[in-house]
Design a protein around this ligand. Structure first.
Ligand code: ADP
Ligand code: ASP
Ligand code: MG
Length: 408
């Protein structure tokens, strides 16, 4: 007998029929003798609908109230799922994040989990109940409702698994595992039997939304046994592994991409100490996260400086940058919110040269202009125009033969 935390995403609970399907899977796990805690998302489309309502009311809804609103989607699902289980004769009890004491910091809309008190859940499990918890939410030390950022139900599930020292954490979704890239963009993408924790961390941080990055971070920190599976069909899914050495690692494991990018450039800034700080300081103070940064080698006494931000922050960042540019006496500010980032990820890259050059050659053959490049030990990222996203990802998937499993 094991303790299993399962999580079902929005499409898996999108209708009452699908909730019924989830209930049957939970009952099967109970019948197999396991204790089960289940985390659910809002029904598909619901969180978007709530965000849209907030935006109809205000361009800048108060973050506290925004969280009160968007956290309601999950509350609907937990009640419906518990009712369904009860109807089928299985005792179940639903809890919001606050009710199971998921304590977070106060960073509304992107709060971090600090602590979980699992005693209530333990009592329920001992009494034979299925515990149904709302994903994506918690409460801060003052009792305010907080949310964990888009995709945050993944993180709730992994955090609960860590707190309960669960034997396994299963993330059920609308694809049957983690693929070499988003199977909706590349039909020949291949499901991976396993992926290392380190690679999954990169894939998530570079835009693969199949797992929220914080969920992967939690899994790594607390050694949670994490598997991604389909809600709709049987199969082994993908295991996130910690050991790298028991297999010959492929050079490239996957391709991640992110459509939510925008870039800003300030041209002709004085080339002197402190300039990078003077440009990026005010951006940070405006609570805008910066991703890639490039500063050109100075040709005369001036240089150009480019960085990327989340597309939602583009207008705000541009306004801040224009102000700074004026103060610095820069020549010009420009920007582009029609760009995307494509990244190759693989721990095998460490021991292989020439990955970046194959990547650049492949994109060149397709006539795709690379606007920015950044590399680290296990990834290479390029920024290209949005219209080249699909073409670029497919060409790279082909060039690196990702549709084929590497020979064992
Ligand atoms: P859920 O609602 O279950 O949380 P998400 O939509 O958040 O589901 O995540 C699943 C989706 O992630 C898939 O439908 C797929 O389009 C996308 N995705 C992106 N990259 C990958 C990848 N490498 N492997 C599998 N799915 C991916
Ligand atoms: N419902 C939230 C969202 O759509 C959280 C989640 O589904 O993980 O982002
Ligand atoms: Mg998700």
């Amino acid at each position: 007998m094991a303790l299993i935390v399962q999580k079902y995403g929005g499409t898996s609970v999108g209708t009452v029929e699908k909730i019924e399907n989830v209930a049957d899977k939970l009952i099967a796990a109970r019948e197999a003798g396991h204790d089960v805690v289940v985390v659910v998302s809002a029904m598909s489309g619901e969180t978007n609908r709530l965000i849209d309502l907030a935006q109809q009311v205000s361009d800048h809804p108060h973050p506290r109230e925004y969280d009160v609103l968007v956290s309601t989607g999950e509350q609907v699902t937990i009640a419906l799922l518990s009712m369904t289980l009860n109807k089928k004769g299985y005792p179940a009890v639903s809890y919001t994040g606050a009710q199971v004491h998921i304590l977070t910091d106060s960073a509304h809309t992107k709060a971090r989990i600090l602590d979980i008190d699992e005693s209530n859940m333990r009592e329920d499990l001992e009494a034979g109940r299925i515990v149904v918890v709302a994903g994506f939410q918690g409460r801060d030390e003052h009792g305010n409702i907080t949310t964990l950022g888009r995709g945050g139900s993944d993180t709730t599930a992994v955090a609960l698994a860590a707190a309960l020292k669960a034997d396994e954490c299963h993330i059920y979704t609308d694809v049957d595992g983690v693929y070499t890239t988003d199977p909706r963009v590349v039909p020949t993408a291949r499901r991976l039997d396993q992926i290392t924790f380190e690679e999954m961390l990169e894939m998530s941080s570079l835009g693969s939304k199949v797992l929220q990055i914080r969920a992967v971070e939690f899994a790594g920190k607390y050694n949670v046994r994490l598997r991604v599976l389909s809600s709709f069909e049987e199969g082994p899914g993908t295991l996130i592994t910690f050991e790298e050495d028991n297999m010959e690692n492929p050079v490239i494991s996957g391709i991640a991409f992110n459509r939510d990018e925008a870039k800003l450039t300030v041209l002709g800034v004085p080339d002197e100490p402190g300039v990078a700080h003077r440009i990026l300081g005010p951006i940070g103070e405006a609570n805008i996260e910066v991703d890639m940064i490039i500063q050109n080698v100075a040709a005369d006494a001036t240089t150009d400086f480019t960085f990327t931000v989340h597309r939602n922050d583009y207008d705000k960042a541009l306004a801040v940058l224009k102000k700074t540019a004026g103060e610095l006496g820069a020549r010009e500010v420009n920007g582009d919110d029609g760009i995307v980032k494509i990244s190759l990820v693989g721990v095998g890259m460490r021991s292989h040269a020439g990955i970046a050059s194959t990547m650049f050659e492949t994109l060149a053959k397709e006539g795709i202009n690379i606007r920015m490049i950044s590399t680290s030990e296990i990834k290479v990222s390029v920024v290209v125009d949005e219209k080249y996203l699909e073409l670029g990802v497919r060409a790279l998937h082909d060039a690196f033969n990702l549709e084929q499993a590497p020979a064992a």
